[in-house]
Design a protein around this ligand. Structure first.
Ligand SMILES: [Zn+2]
Length: 169
């Protein structure tokens, strides 16, 4: 009840009323109800705000962590780039070393080839000396044989033998 409805003493307002009717204006009840609704709504919004604050805090923490991670990644990247540069320099140095080694190997090969040629020539010279030794042996026998037959011819043969021995020295 409101606005003096249900008043039994025919009063015009609460000051005249003796039957203890409710003279509170309906508007006051309506406003109180609306205030209560607003309070409920405000409480709900505050709860929502609190949730949002928590979400924002979590997001801020994540951003901070991501910021730190990004800084660490930047540092890692810079470190790796430095490492790659060092490796590149080392590679250039290694290639230079390999070129030097190639040059030395090339020189060694040339020396080895020359040495083989020298050994082959020595073997040929030895063969030549062996053949000449046999030739001298045969000529000596012939000279002795000829000396017995005709001393003049034998003398020519000895001269030839001598000249051959000289050319061999
Ligand atoms: Zn009354």
């Amino acid at each position: 009840m409101s606005d003096g409805k249900g008043c039994n003493c025919e009063a015009r307002d609460s000051s005249e009323c003796g039957c203890d009717a409710d003279w509170t204006p309906q508007e006051v009840y309506d406003l109180r109800a609306r205030v209560k609704e607003k309070d409920v709504r405000i409480a709900a919004l505050e709860a929502e705000n609190e949730e949002n604050r928590k979400v924002i805090q979590v997001a801020a923490n994540k951003l901070e962590i991501m910021g730190k991670s990004r800084d660490e990644l930047e540092a890692d990247k810079a470190r790796l780039e430095g490492e790659v540069k060092r490796q590149d320099e080392h590679k250039v140095w290694l290639i230079a070393q390999l070129k030097e080694k190639d040059k030395k190997i090339e020189l060694s090969k040339k020396f080895f080839d020359r040495h083989k040629e020298f050994v082959a020539l020595q073997a040929q010279l030895q063969q030549y000396k062996d053949v000449m030794g046999k030739v001298r042996e045969v000529l000596s026998k012939h000279a002795l044989y000829l000396e017995e037959l005709t001393p003049d011819v034998a003398s020519d043969a000895l001269d030839l033998l001598n000249s051959l021995e000289k050319s061999d020295e």
